[in-house]
Design a protein around this ligand. Structure first.
Ligand SMILES: CC(C)(COP(=O)(O)OP(=O)(O)OC[C@H]1O[C@@H](n2cnc3c(N)ncnc32)[C@H](O)[C@@H]1OP(=O)(O)O)[C@@H](O)C(=O)NCCC(=O)NCCS
Length: 393
């Protein structure tokens, strides 16, 4: 049995996050496989020591693997013109799919099942809308109320159970936009965003290098006037929901010795990952058991983690998680989602789990350069949570 190896994050890139809308989305001219090509090409351009044929496997996370996203892991790689000798593996854990890919890659490296892996993620919520082609197993009604299973109702239920107010969730969204806009204006995303040839509001082509959903002037008054999106008497509006988004990302992982041999630099090592299940009618709770499991396995406490990336699927679910874990009570938070979260940046389902690791890496290189450990975590539709630990090398 070979010794356990170290898996290091060599690089990570993403497209901008686009509004998933046939008239208003800047990526309305693109398909999900084309977005993947952008991020794969960028990885090879930025790391010329690595050739496509050197990759041991490509993992690609996508929540809705139907239509244009049917076996997108394989077809997206082949449609990019890369060698068919490289195997691919489509992974689905709903929103944590991209994170799951990273765990597959890192565990393979640690087990000496290969040296160089790509873990990517893509979701085009315009061309492949959420729940397209979905056919719920009728027998699930023996255990859960099917009306409580879609994402919006889970965000309402968790708010009720954990006493999350609309005002607090709106405050979280407000600060998410402010932080994201400040990070964008300060050029913080420059290292991770690959410009994409997109269409502006007038239909003119432009090289887009910024996220479409960030609001420059978020307004608490405006948010307070918005109608509930999922229940007439509910509190969850579009402002406190992650918006429908299209985007792709890709990460390059290697064994530490391979990265050293190729002369590639790295800042973070995979410290472990934990998945946990929870009641699907409050799926947003998933990070709570996942983070608890991860920290217990590693002998760490919340205070040992210097910086957090928590995917903001909904403001209500994020606040419930932060309070239950004892990380924070109310926005603004300092060491959580330092450059904003999904409420502002968007949430292309299967992509986000890998995207938050890319952003965490960049935060730990710059604003939190002295941080020793970071955790990235997110919830998944129908009751999955996933959390990964990242350690500075
Ligand atoms: C909530 C939801 C139903 C709203 O969808 P929608 O009705 O298509 O609404 P949009 O996102 O287009 O927003 C409606 C309007 O409100 C606006 N709006 C959104 N957030 C706003 C804010 N913070 N302040 C002001 N206006 C806002 C939008 O810009 C849009 O107006 P526009 O078309 O003039 O630009 C949808 O975003 C959703 O389902 N989100 C959750 C997705 C999900 O479940 N993801 C998985 C999580 S686990």
């Amino acid at each position: 049995m070979a010794e356990i190896k170290e898996a290091v994050l060599v690089d990570g890139v993403r497209t901008p996050n686009f509004r998933a809308h046939a008239e208003k989305g800047w990526a309305r001219n693109l398909r999900p496989d084309e977005l993947l090509t952008y991020v794969y090409e960028a990885l090879f351009e930025r790391n010329p020591q690595v050739k496509p044929e050197d990759i041991d496997a490509v993992f690609c996370g996508t929540a809705n693997q139907t239509g244009m996203q049917n076996d997108i892991a394989r077809l997206g790689w082949l449609a990019s013109g890369y060698p068919d000798s490289v195997p691919t593996n489509g992974v689905n854990q709903q929103c944590p799919s991209g994170m799951s890919c990273i765990e597959h890659a890192c565990r393979a490296i640690m087990a000496d099942d290969g040296n160089i892996f790509i873990a990517s993620g893509v979701e085009d919520m315009q061309n492949v809308p959420m729940a397209m082609g979905m056919d719920f197993p009728p027998r699930i009604a023996n255990y859960y109320d099917p009306m409580e299973l879609p994402m919006g109702p889970t965000a309402e239920k968790i708010a009720q159970l954990y006493n999350i107010s609309r005002e607090d969730a709106e405050l979280m969204a407000y600060h998410s936009h402010l932080k994201a806009a400040a990070a964008r204006d300060a050029g913080k995303f420059a290292d991770e965003i690959v410009p994409v040839k997109a269409l502006d509001d007038n239909g003119e082509e432009f090289m887009c290098d910024r996220d479409q959903w960030i609001r420059d002037n978020p307004s608490l008054e405006q948010m307070a006037g918005m109608r509930p999106a999922f229940r007439p008497d509910g509190i969850v509006t579009a402002a406190i929901s992650s918006p429908l988004t299209t985007g792709a990302c890709a990460t390059l992982f290697m064994s530490r010795e391979k990265a050293d041999e190729l002369g590639l630099s790295y800042h973070l090592r995979y410290g472990g990952g934990a998945m946990a299940g929870c009641d699907p009618t409050i799926m947003g709770y998933g990070p709570v058991p996942a983070v608890k499991k991860l920290l217990a396995m590693k002998g760490l406490t919340i205070d040992d983690i210097d910086v957090w990336e928590l995917n903001e699927a909904f403001g209500t679910q994020s606040l419930a998680v932060l309070r239950e874990l004892g990380i924070a009570e109310n926005a603004p938070f300092d060491n959580v989602n330092v450059w904003g979260g999904a409420l502002a940046l968007g949430h292309p389902l299967g992509e986000s789990g890998a995207r938050i690791v890319i952003t965490l890496n960049n935060i730990m290189k710059t604003d939190y350069a002295d941080a020793k450990r970071g955790v990235a975590t997110l919830c998944g539709g129908f009751g999955n949570g996933n959390a990964t630990l990242w350690e500075k090398v």
